[in-house]
Design a protein around this ligand. Structure first.
Ligand code: NAP
Ligand code: MG
Length: 399
């Protein structure tokens, strides 16, 4: 077969540890034999980030703005132990955080569903995609412990210098706590637009939930901004695409989610998204089957697996032992990026390749061939546990 041609490169962000090993094997076994891959390569390994003073991360994000589509390997976010382990110059920031702030993106997390791995909620047949607003609220709040007898107020200094004082609490007889948090319209606007764009690109309904009945100004602002943007910019396109947008109270959203069959995007405020995405990942079965895409309001896409660099498996690999590490989420990051590239450049055979690769992978797991992590949770009767290389070889031969 002639290799599938590409016209524009995708941005390739390599990473660390076991996922770096998976990365190379996916390319060698599943991509390069079939696709004449055009990629602009950035090495985001911890060693190279240290060497380049993290400039490589910034460069890779800027390249994503240039080309529109990126695929990213999991990377180490250094903590004190990692600084020591690698002798780093400093505790570099999370690459995902750096990339997200440059692209002004929202992360959408979506589970890969296969027969035999049943979600804990039996009615869920299709993915529930969660979108978390990753700016503000309690994540950049100021909080304090307050002694009894104190008074806490919010003071707003207006542009003309005048001040507005709002009493929070007179701490008469008891010590207590107080928190001040904020959000900005620019960020809420971007979040809303990104969610509407992604719903259109995936042809999925969009839900948004908040607590506007209690938080009459704060959460209500989110609700109003979503509604205004929807009415003014997206309503007709949603109707044409046959999808819907609806807002509901977060409590009601929970009740509906539990009874739904899935197949929608759920946009959440920052804290809700943090908590509910962990709940959904667990309930859908496995972190190794969770994909993630960062979408910017300007239409840039960066695909990755939701899991980390799997150091425990890497240490076995370094000792020369075969590991049964699950490459599916990383493989789907590649197919997601190639499909998006194909759609943007009108390359039907590249889109078709991505579809077939995903189907081959799912068919393989559903016919009983899987890595150890899935074998533990799969309800299929006959299962064969494969190591990483065997699994990828079998996907390629099925393709
Ligand atoms: P992790 O790498 O996701 O691994 C946690 C455990 O989950 C593994 O030990 C393994 O369990 C299981 N697991 C995850 N992915 C798997 C797969 N594909 N196949 C089989 N099992 C899998 O999380 P972590 O240990 O908390 O973090 C390790 C490093 O990753 C950290 O340095 C962190 O900074 C980084 N990280 C990066 C990203 C990112 O780049 N997006 C995200 C999260 C974490 P068993 O050991 O039981 O087999
Ligand atoms: Mg969380």
């Amino acid at each position: 077969m002639a290799k599938i041609k590409m016209t524009t490169p995708i941005v390739e962000m390599d990473g660390d540890e076991m996922t770096r090993v998976i990365w190379q094997k996916i390319k060698d076994i599943c991509i390069l034999p079939f696709v004449d891959l055009k990629s602009e390569y950035y090495d985001l390994s911890i060693q190279n980030r240290d060497l380049t003073e993290d400039q490589v991360t910034v460069d890779s994000a800027n390249a994503t703005k240039k080309y529109g589509v990126a695929v990213k390997c999991a990377t180490i976010t250094p903590n004190a132990a990692r600084v020591e382990e690698f002798g780093l110059k400093k505790m570099w920031k999370s690459p995902n955080g750096t990339i997200r702030s440059i692209l002004d993106g929202t992360v959408f997390r979506s589970p890969i569903i296969v027969n035999g791995i049943t979600p804990l909620v039996p009615s869920w047949k299709k993915p529930i995609v969660i979108a978390r607003h990753a700016y503000g609220d309690i994540y950049s709040a100021v909080d304090c412990v307050v002694a009894k007898g104190s008074k806490a107020e919010i003071v707003i200094t207006n542009p003309d210098g005048t001040q507005t004082v709002n009493l929070i609490k007179d701490f008469g007889a008891s010590d207590g706590i107080v928190m001040g948090m904020h959000n900005i319209d620019i960020s809420i606007n971007s979040f809303a637009r990104t969610c509407f764009e992604y719903a259109l690109s995936e042809k999925m309904d969009l839900w948004f939930s908040a607590k506007d009945t209690i938080s009459k100004k704060y959460d209500h602002r989110f609700k109003d901004i979503f509604r205004e943007i929807y009415e003014n910019e997206y309503k007709e396109r949603f109707i044409d695409a046959g999808i819907s947008y609806f807002y509901t109270l977060v409590d009601d959203a929970i009740a509906r989610v539990m009874k739904s069959s899935g197949g929608f995007i759920w946009a959440c405020k920052n804290y809700d998204g943090d908590v509910f995405s962990d709940m959904l990942a667990t309930a859908f079965g496995s972190l190794a089957m969770m994909t993630s895409v960062l979408v910017s309001p300007s239409g840039y896409y960066e695909y990755e697996a939701a899991h980390g660099t799997i150091p425990r498996h890497y240490h076995k690999y370094l000792k020369g032992e075969a590991t049964s590490t699950n490459p599916i989420a990383t493989l789907f990051a590649w197919t997601g990026a190639l499909r998006k590239r194909g759609e943007m450049d009108s390359l039907d055979d590249l889109v078709d390749f991505a579809d077939r690769m995903e189907k081959a992978t799912i068919d393989l797991v559903e016919s009983g061939y899987m890595t150890g992590d899935l074998a533990i949770i799969s309800t299929l009767e006959n299962k064969t546990v494969l190591n990483l290389d065997e699994f990828l070889e079998k996907v390629a031969s099925k393709l």
